[in-house]
Design a protein around this ligand. Structure first.
Ligand SMILES: NC(=O)c1ccc[n+]([C@@H]2O[C@H](COP(=O)([O-])OP(=O)(O)OC[C@H]3O[C@@H](n4cnc5c(N)ncnc54)[C@H](O)[C@@H]3O)[C@@H](O)[C@H]2O)c1
Length: 273
């Protein structure tokens, strides 16, 4: 079985590659012998992350600046990848904007009644339109070349609604309480629809498309939040940042060769409750 997990000679484009999980996906690809391309709007951070991955795994990782909301930028990204490596085998649609409601803000802007159209447009353009554009441009190339794999990074919140009680701030009246924005739900549920659409549309082109729905990652959140969220997770804790590597490798390698149009939920049991 071991060989089916190998990504030897495979090139994987990872959007949002400079972010917390993008870097982990890149490490998973490199560790399995593949070549990760870390594409991010933050060009300097993407290059730095790629250098770190190359050093750690003796890989030829590439960091590259790209804005996935811009078709021209995605086409340029593909041209660069093809020029450098001559192929593209895997696309991980990972980039997203997860707007944090900061202390000190009037946090009621995040509420459904007040949610600004400007934020709606901006977040959808990255999380959903960006995934569509990358799939269209890079997926079409893979279809032309005889196959490939697309992995869409959704979320436990692509399966369940956010429990807004997690975000309650003591001392604020109900109409001023911050909430998880509606955009996150819409984007993450939408990615599951995109996954099924592409899986069926390109099945005859040997392209598999699946989704991964991770639960929240521990990044030093405040104790009160940790207590609340842990009580809603059967395993009683948030994820470590490296706990999705195995699932990512499974989904982008031949180990999942008979799987398409599916959503793999890795969330410590959160969505069971
Ligand atoms: N971290 C979590 O707890 C968690 C849980 C479930 C799902 N997810 C999902 O995993 C994915 C990665 O999350 P993360 O925590 O690593 O986020 P992150 O914010 O650390 O990384 C996202 C990256 O996307 C990049 N990006 C933003 N706009 C872009 C654009 N227009 N073009 C190219 N790149 C752009 C950002 O610069 C950033 O580096 C997201 O889709 C997120 O919703 C994360």
């Amino acid at each position: 079985m071991k060989g089916t997990f190998s990504l030897k000679s495979k090139v994987a484009v990872i959007t949002g590659g400079a972010g917390l999980l993008g870097l982990m996906h890149a490490e998973a690809v490199a560790e399995a012998g593949g070549t990760p391309v870390l594409a991010d709007i933050k060009e300097v951070a993407a290059k730095k992350a790629a250098k770190a991955v190359s050093g750690k795994y003796k890989a030829d990782a590439l960091g590259i600046g790209a804005d996935i909301t811009d078709r021209g930028s995605v086409q340029k990204l593909l041209r660069t990848v093809l020029r450098k490596f001559g192929r593209v085998d895997i696309l991980i649609n990972n980039a997203a904007i997860d707007p944090k409601v900061k202390a000190g803000d009037d946090r009621s802007w995040s509420r459904f009644e007040n949610f600004p159209i400007k934020n709606w447009d901006m977040e959808i353009s990255v999380g959903l339109t960006g995934a569509f554009l990358c799939s269209q441009v890079i997926g079409s190339e893979m279809a032309k070349r005889g196959g490939g794999v697309i992995l869409n990074i959704s979320s436990d919140l692509g399966v369940i609604a956010p429990d807004q009680r997690l975000y309650v701030k003591e001392g604020l009246p109900p109409d001023k309480q911050p909430v998880k924005p509606v955009t996150y739900s819409v984007i993450k549920h939408g990615l599951l629809g995109l996954t099924k659409y592409i899986a069926t549309y390109w099945a005859d082109k040997n392209i598999r498309c699946n989704a991964l729905s991770p639960g929240g990652v521990y990044t030093g959140q405040p104790d009160e939040f940790l207590k609340r969220i842990s009580s809603r997770i059967p395993m009683g804790r948030m994820a470590r940042r490296d706990e999705y590597k195995g699932a990512v490798l499974f989904l982008v390698s031949d180990a999942s060769s008979y799987m398409t149009g599916a959503n793999l939920i890795v969330d410590g049991g959160r969505t069971c409750w």
